[in-house]
Design a protein around this ligand. Structure first.
Ligand SMILES: [Zn+2]
Length: 257
């Protein structure tokens, strides 16, 4: 049994065959899926999907690259949605210096809002990071002053030193399909160092198809098995063992029975 902790199941790529995609995932042992929103509208869709499909859960938030294009009332929509019974996390949030869609101080403001909302609801927050490791760590350290953090470094691409500090702050580390790519040796080295109780897996579908299905687009939850096999191999455990560990972590973190 595998738990896909990060998908964009709401997106148009899945409109034609969403139920089929979920059935295929289930058949291949990917039994639980979190649908993560990037805008207020997408977050509403994720909540609706979680209501409709068994073992689908929602995360609600505004991804940093979409903050600037949002309407002022979007944030209160997220705050309201976050209390829906199917919501298991706040996000995705975080910081991004690769794209320049949202002024950086506005990204920081929204990252802070998401963290505080998650704290108020005792939910984990989901962190997107791109080209801004130092800025992310600064904000996580600041938040840690209020208490141990509860959150996920999603599609983690940092090094082992950063991962160790995130774990120390209370965070979980989630790996996506990139870990299967030929040039990702540093990421594989990092994945070996994550403590058992903080390790998570995700597809981040429809993006980041893992090897050997890298050319298959869109990526989908059933492909999580390839990433899991690779992570199990490099940690020297069986696939069954890794599946039990990572899905146990996800269930505990999300409060899913
Ligand atoms: Zn995402």
């Amino acid at each position: 049994m595998l738990f896909d902790t990060h998908t964009h199941l709401d997106q148009a790529e899945f409109d034609a065959n969403r139920a089929e995609v979920l059935a295929r995932a289930h058949l291949l042992g990917v039994t639980h899926v979190v649908a993560v929103g990037c805008t207020a509208e997408a977050s509403q869709k994720c909540v609706d999907l979680a209501r409709l499909h068994e073992n689908v859960y929602a995360a609600v938030g505004i991804q940093p690259n979409y903050v600037a294009e949002g309407r002022p009332e979007d944030w209160s929509a997220i705050e309201k949605l976050a209390s829906s019974p199917s919501v298991v996390a706040v996000g995705e949030t975080g910081l991004d210096r690769h794209w320049d869609f949202t002024p950086f101080d506005q990204q920081q403001d929204y990252f802070d809002r998401h963290i505080r909302l998650a704290e108020r609801l005792n939910l984990p927050f989901v962190v997107h990071m791109r080209d801004c490791d130092r800025d992310i760590m600064e904000m996580l350290r600041a938040a840690r002053k209020r208490g141990l953090l509860k959150g996920i470094m999603h599609s983690f691409t940092g090094d082992a030193i950063m991962a160790a500090e995130c774990v120390e702050l209370g965070m979980h580390i989630s790996f996506a399909g990139m870990i299967t790519y030929k040039n990702a040796k540093p990421l594989r080295d990092c994945a070996r160092t994550i403590p058992d109780d903080r390790l998570l897996l995700e597809t981040d579908c429809p993006y980041l198809s893992p090897e050997p299905v890298r050319k298959v687009k869109p990526n989908e939850p059933s492909h999580l098995r390839h990433t899991a096999e690779r992570v199990a191999e490099l940690r020297g455990v069986s696939l069954e063992q890794l599946a039990a560990t990572t899905s146990g972590n996800a269930r505990q973190l999300f409060g899913v029975v």
